[in-house]
Design a protein around this ligand. Structure first.
Ligand SMILES: [Zn+2]
Ligand SMILES: [Zn+2]
Length: 350
């Protein structure tokens, strides 16, 4: 089969590789859509401790089952399925406690296991038994189903720092993740969702996803702008959805007393910021991070997409063939766009 293989950090090569053959406990999926995540771009450029080249990246995927081992009963040939990324090891205290995204092994598709920038992807025994594999609901396309993975991460983040009824919620960064947060926060009862985003294209996208206020002067004084909108008190919940370290300090500065802050956006490795922790102390803030998701988040994400609550299809701005995977990565790196999807078998709908 054809696959885009990361042969070394910085080198993504299109190669002919053996098509995986499922054993009795595993299955094979024909990949119809795989979206390029910001983390894929970072791994392709700088590598990752959980990825040993040569490896096929890609963890936001959907397709159809083309072969199953004789012990597999969860899925069958012909099923149209969406895949999440994080796979519980099923065997540690975190996995036992239902927080497998904190599993210390942290198995994931496109990391330790070959991912979906390929014509086919192997669903191994762990993925089949414990992993996020869910049927694509009627009316949802393959490319929309692929975006259930990042939406699942949003649902995990909003569990860590819930939206409460009539909250003012600030989202810093209106990339695909930031845009997904907006309708979910509103559905959870937010009074206003205020988005901070300088790029005009992304500000427009945030408006289309239901942002009540878009602050486009973010570089100047985002904290002052949020305080102005909130009678000088700040927002109940602030979520970062961008890779800029300074926004972590901004988020803490613009949260109101007893507010919640979610440092959701990962930063480049070894980022350090200066922080006045007295702000957390005096304002009695709850500060959390969020990373990855659990299989139930993935299932609920698909339900949200099917219901029309989160119109993930509107986030897709570029589509590429498998041969063009390097171009797809370049497009994803250009932050002006939305989600970039690779379609290994061309344009097909579920
Ligand atoms: Zn992702
Ligand atoms: Zn585990």
């Amino acid at each position: 089969m054809k696959a885009a293989v990361l042969t070394a950090p910085g080198t993504l090569e299109l190669k002919e590789v053996p098509t995986p053959e499922p054993d009795a406990d595993s299955a094979l999926m024909r990949v119809r859509a795989c979206a390029v995540c910001g983390s894929d771009v970072r791994i392709a450029r700088h590598g990752n401790p959980r990825v040993t080249p040569p490896q096929i990246l890609g963890h936001e995927a959907a397709g159809e089952v083309v072969a199953v081992g004789r012990n597999v009963s969860k899925i069958k040939v012909g099923d149209k399925i969406s895949l999440g990324a994080d796979i519980p090891c099923g065997n540690c205290s975190f996995c036992e406690d239902g927080m497998a995204n904190n599993c210390q092994i942290n198995y994931a598709m496109g990391y330790q296991f070959a991912g979906s920038f390929a014509q086919y992807v192997l669903l191994n025994r762990l993925m089949v038994d414990y992993g996020p594999i869910h049927a694509i609901p009627p009316g949802v396309t393959f490319e929309e189903a692929a975006l259930a993975e990042p939406l699942a991460c949003v649902l995990n983040a909003l569990e860590r720092t819930p939206v409460q009824f009539r909250d003012d919620v600030v989202v810093i960064g209106a990339g695909p993740i930031g845009c997904m947060i907006i309708p979910v926060a509103k559905a959870h009862g937010a009074r206003r969702v205020i988005v901070i985003q300088r790029s005009p294209a992304r500000a427009e996208m945030a408006r289309r996803f239901g942002a009540d206020v878009v602050i486009t002067t973010g570089g100047a004084d985002p904290v002052g702008a949020v305080l102005d909108l909130t009678d000088g008190l700040g927002a109940h919940l602030v979520i970062t959805a961008n890779p800029s370290p300074s926004t972590h300090a901004d988020a803490i500065a613009m949260a109101r007393n007893r507010g919640r802050v979610n440092l959701f956006g990962g930063l480049p490795a070894n980022s350090r910021i200066e922080l006045d922790t007295n702000l957390i102390h005096y304002k009695e803030l709850t500060v959390s991070g969020a990373h990855g998701s659990l299989p139930p988040h993935h299932r609920r994400a698909l339900e949200m997409i099917a219901s029309g609550l989160v119109r993930v299809g509107d986030l897709i701005t570029h589509r590429f063939s498998l041969d063009q995977t390097p171009e797809a990565f370049a497009a994803a790196q250009n932050r002006a766009g939305g989600r970039v999807v690779v379609e290994p078998w061309g344009r097909t709908d579920a």
